[in-house]
Every structure is written in structure tokens, then in C-alpha cells.
Design a protein. Structure first.
Length: 398
């Protein structure tokens, strides 16, 4: 499959002003696809973990609820795994979609390794998804920009998919990207099971050693009927709340003092990502660094408070099509005057890159307080026009 921009498949099942079922916790690249295409999203509520304050992929019930409210949809999208490694029940969602005549696209950016070992969560293509989009540069061994998509069945027209993907792909593709993808494919086809056996054994040992240090390593806490269906064990999620520090503080300290960069940090966690290339040396580097962090944590200043909204407060009202709000006439207003106005830009805590605010959504005080307090605590917001979030880009009044 061609190493092109991964938004292509998302344009193939719906056109301008047509509708598609989309979980609200999608990556900002999906929102970019909605803006470019003019597709109207019908939001699907994800599984919300109130204890951990994060979201997991939705199941058939949530898709059914969204469908009942607006059945004029052309297809559905599911994001799994999440950046925390939590996975949805793709087979169950695919079955529901197909019973209703809808193709299912799986955004499996973090799942390049899944087809190659039965000890990992199920790959989308093995779970009857119609299209699966994968960023091989994340959990695989390809260079950046190496996203691919897989297509099966007849619910998505391959000619339409190719034509719409071609709108976004470069006409001058890099031979390095193709070579890296092909090398990864061959390596995993021939040695993937063996390599991932080693990675899974290694990460199990790492989890045990971190637990012996008194650290909280999350896994089973993510599983349950209204939580995640499964978890990728190669994501090591550490809850730092017992240490009294934030993930932002931990990530900064690890980078500055131990030259260790973690894959994700938030208000209470860090996520360390393992893959087939890790070994006892890299594992030891992480364990030693985290142990040192544990010892110095009592000396840290108390982390700034992040005003975390409730699940309901995270669900902003959609007042305009994202495309119309993004490309329409806009103005910059002080953040103190932004509540009640319609956003004309994305505002995305990153990582994981799931927008808190989308173009076309009505801004609320709880959401603005969350983003402002998060920014003060160490959250990264790469996309608003005002990086300090003292003002917000909103749809102009007429």
C-alpha cells in the first residue's frame, strides 16, 4: 500500500455534507480530514474512564446510540489502539456496522505490530474492518510519514479510495519511505513472531521490576464492560499520582536529567513505549531513570492544578460544520470573552493529539479553564493561533 497521507481512506466513504459516525476522541488528523472534505460528523461517545480521567474506544452500543439519533450516515470510524494502548472490540463494532450496511474504517495508527503476534490485540483486518489505516513509523520500523492503508471486501470502492487518496498524496514520493516500508514488511513476515516474543517477554519483566520499586503500572485497571476491551502490553503506563507529581514534571525531569524521552505525558501519567527493537539495555535505562525519578519526586514543587472537566463538560455543542467554521470569517477575542462563541480553530492537547476544541464547537468556561490550567501545568497546545491561549480564534459575528 502506498506511503501517503493517512486521511485518504477517511474521505472515501463520505463526501461534502454527507455524514459519518466519528468518535469524539479521534486524532486531529481525522478532524483535518473532516475540514478538508466537508463531511459532517455524527459524534460517537467513547467509553469514559472517570477514575483515570481518559477515554477508551467505544463499542457497538455507543455507535448504535449515535446512529439512532442520526441514521443518515455513510460509514463509521473507530480509533484503536489509543495512545495509552487501550483497544476496542473491533469485531463487534464491525459486525454492527455491516448489519446496518456501513463500512468501517479503523484508525490503527498505533497498531503496525498487531498482525504479527497472537499475544497482542486483534488486528483490524482480522476483525473484519473494511479499511485499516496504520502509521508504521509508530510501532513499526519505518521512517516518519510511513502511513499505509489496507482494504478488503467490497464495501469501499477501491477506485474511489485511490482517487481520493491521490488528492492528498505527494507526486514525488520518497524512495526512503518505500524502502523502509518494504524492509519492515519483509522483516516482520520472516521474523515478526520471534521479535515480538522477545519484546513481550522483556516488557513483562519491566512491568515486574517497576512494580517492585513501588510504582503503579496500569493495565488491568483499563479493562471492563464500559472501559477497554484489551490493552497493548507494549505500552507501559505509569500512574505518578501516588508520587505527588504530574506526568508533565516527570517527562521534563527524565529528559533533562536522564536523557530519556517518554512517549506521552499527561496530568498524572507517563507512557513508555516498547517495540521489537528494545533489549535489556534500553529496558535498564528506563528502569534506572524511573527509579531515580521516584527518589527525587519528594523534592518537586507541588504540580499546578489542572481543572479537569466532567465527561459531559468535554462534549461541546456542535453549532457549525467544522469546514465552515475553519474557513469562514473569524476574529481573535480575549479568552475571557470566548465562552459562548463558536471556535474557528482546533485546540489540541498533545500528545495524544485529540482536540479539546474543534472548529464549529461552542466554547464553554469549563473547557477553557481546562485548557488554560493544563497549559500552565505543562500541556502542549501546538495548533491555536495564540500559543499562550490568552485569546481564541472564533467565528466572527455578523
Amino acid at each position: 500500500m502506498p506511503p501517503r497521507v493517512s486521511r485518504g481512506p477517511r474521505l472515501a466513504v463520505a463526501g461534502p455534507h454527507e455524514k459519518r459516525l466519528v468518535p469524539r476522541h479521534v486524532h486531529k488528523s481525522v478532524i483535518s480530514g473532516l475540514i478538508v472534505s466537508g463531511v459532517r460528523p455524527v459524534w460517537v461517545r467513547p467509553h469514559w474512564d472517570g477514575e483515570q480521567h481518559l477515554s477508551h474506544p467505544p463499542g457497538p452500543r455507543e455507535f448504535a446510540e449515535a446512529y439512532e439519533s442520526d441514521p443518515e450516515v455513510k460509514g463509521a470510524l473507530l480509533v484503536t489502539p489509543t495512545d495509552y494502548g487501550t483497544c476496542g472490540d473491533i469485531a463487534a463494532v464491525a459486525q454492527w456496522c455491516h448489519e446496518h450496511g456501513l463500512p468501517l474504517i479503523v484508525d490503527e495508527a498505533w497498531g503496525a505490530h498487531l498482525p504479527f503476534h497472537d499475544g497482542l490485540p486483534q488486528w483490524g483486518m482480522d476483525a473484519d474492518a473494511d479499511v485499516c489505516v496504520t502509521s508504521v513509523h509508530k510501532m513499526g520500523a519505518a521512517v516518519e510519514q510511513s502511513s499505509v492503508f489496507h482494504l478488503q471486501g467490497d464495501r469501499v470502492d477501491p477506485d474511489v479510495l485511490k482517487a481520493r487518496e491521490d488528492l492528498l498524496g505527494t507526486t514525488s514520493p520518497s524512495s526512503l519511505v518505500y524502502a523502509a516500508l518494504d524492509g519492515w514488511r519483509r522483516q516482520m513476515a520472516e521474523q515478526g513472531k520471534e521479535l515480538l516474543d522477545g519484546a513481550l517477554t522483556l516488557v513483562q519483566s519491566v512491568r515486574g521490576r517497576l512494580t517492585e520499586l513501588g510504582l503503579t503500572v496500569l493495565h488491568d485497571e483499563f479493562l471492563g464492560p464500559d472501559l477497554a476491551d484489551s490493552v497493548d502490553p507494549l505500552k507501559v503506563v505509569l500512574d505518578l499520582d501516588p508520587l505527588g507529581i504530574s506526568g508533565y514534571q516527570a517527562a521534563d525531569w527524565l529528559r533533562e536529567h536522564r536523557r530519556v524521552t517518554v512517549g506521552l505525558s499527561d496530568h498524572r501519567r507517563i507512557v513508555a513505549q516498547f517495540n521489537h527493537a528494545d533489549d535489556a539495555k534500553t529496558a535498564g535505562t528506563l528502569i534506572d531513570a524511573v527509579d531515580a525519578l521516584r527518589k527525587v519526586a519528594p523534592s518537586f514543587e507541588k504540580p499546578p492544578k489542572v481543572d479537569l472537566p466532567s465527561p459531559r463538560e468535554l462534549e461541546l455543542e456542535t453549532a457549525m460544520l467544522p469546514r465552515d467554521a475553519f474557513f469562514g470569517e473569524a476574529e481573535q477575542v480575549p479568552v475571557t470573552e470566548a465562552a459562548g462563541r463558536i471556535a474557528a480553530e482546533m485546540i489540541t492537547p498533545y500528545p495524544p493529539g485529540s482536540p479539546g476544541v474543534l472548529p464549529g464547537e461552542v466554547l464553554t468556561r469549563p473547557m477553557l479553564d481546562y485548557l488554560r490550567s493544563g497549559l500552565g501545568a505543562g500541556m502542549q497546545l501546538p495548533d491555536p493561533a495564540d500559543s499562550e491561549l490568552k485569546s481564541i480564534r472564533v467565528v466572527a459575528k455578523h
